[in-house]
Design a protein around this ligand. Structure first.
Ligand code: URC
Length: 316
């Protein structure tokens, strides 16, 4: 026993599902999040000597998440809601020094009815499996009045495919090579990208009971760090490059996507892409005397194994 030592601790609530409606006069706005909240602080004794007096129950962490979803003016912005929740937790509990809030925002887009141009005021459709992601770390270890935060946001599960405009040749040929070189192929990937904003300092709540909280100026709507605007630009830029690039490889296309995110978003320091190469393999029909190679039309979609190409592109 004496040869072991507790070297890190972190705990909290995972998979908190929360939906919020904001009722305006003419329009409703809705958000659905999957939230994870983890805490670090002076909690070692709960592990080492079963001291529960230092434990904010994970059930209470869940309740705080719902309560903030009810009262936070920042609920519609995943970055700002996560910052509010993290800031609240480290401010309320003296012995909690860091809060890690991760959330996924599911797509609910307004329905436009047939024959109408205006979107419906309170009906929505899940128009894609891709999710907006946010990871916020609120750090109070330098003092409760000196809060700082790191914010990483992104997109995951954005499934794309192009039926031409992609080649792959010139790679190493040796005794292990079976892959034929191609000047035209189907390219498909499920885009996962995450961009890191410049670090920010936060104003702690002036009154934790009233939950007054000042959002850092950078994350105000319309600023270069406005999370929703960055997400829309990153999504559109990624889809543009994917469609327009005459792809020499997933690697080369990925790099162009990353350059575009850095160029278009002054508040972003770096962006990491993870792109699985979801292979579509032409079916060999030689056995029946049919050529399905040069202008292949029939493919086997394969989910495994897949290539996995990743890189981080940073501001110089
Ligand atoms: O774009 C690609 N990059 C690779 O590294 C690779 N490797 C492979 O087998 N096919 C591909 N395609």
């Amino acid at each position: 026993m004496s040869e072991s030592v507790l070297t890190s601790t972190r705990y909290g609530k995972d998979l908190v599902r929360v939906f919020r409606v904001v009722r305006g006069k003419d329009f409703h706005q809705v958000v659905e999040y999957n939230v994870t909240v983890l805490l670090e602080g002076d909690i070692e004794t709960s592990y080492t000597v079963a001291d529960n007096s230092v434990v904010v129950a994970t059930d209470s962490i869940k309740n705080i998440t719902y309560y903030l979803a009810k009262i936070s003016p920042h609920i519609l912005s995943p970055e700002r809601f996560a910052l509010h929740l993290g800031t609240y937790l480290v401010s309320k509990y003296a012995h909690i020094h860091r809060a890690f809030v991760s959330l996924e925002k599911l797509r609910w887009s307004r329905i436009t009815l047939s024959g109408n141009v205006d979107p419906h005021p309170h009906s929505f459709v899940r128009d894609g499996d891709d999710k907006q992601t946010v990871e916020v770390e609120v750090d109070a270890s330098a003092g409760k009045d000196k809060l700082s935060a790191k914010v990483t946001s992104g997109i995951t599960d954005l499934l794309v495919l192009k039926s031409t405009g992609s080649a792959f040749h010139g790679y190493i040929h040796d005794e292990y090579t079976t892959l034929p070189e191609v000047t035209d192929r189907v390219l498909s990937t499920s885009v996962d990208l995450a961009y890191t904003f410049k670090p920010i300092s936060l104003s702690p709540p002036t009154d934790t009971a009233k939950l007054e909280f000042t959002i850092p100026e950078g994350f105000a709507l319309g600023s270069v760090w406005d999370g929703d605007a960055v997400t829309i630009r990153a999504r559109n830029g990624t889809l543009d490059i994917f469609s327009l690039d005459e792809s020499a490889s997933v690697q080369a296309t990925l790099y162009k996507m990353g350059q575009r995110v850095i160029a278009e978003n002054a508040g972003v320091d770096s962006v990491t892409y993870k792109l699985p190469n979801k292979h579509y393999i032409p079916v060999n029909m030689n056995y029946i005397g049919v050529d399905n190679t040069a202008n292949a039309e029939v493919f086997v979609p394969t989910s495994a194994p897949s290539g996995l190409i990743s890189a981080t592109i940073s501001r110089k």
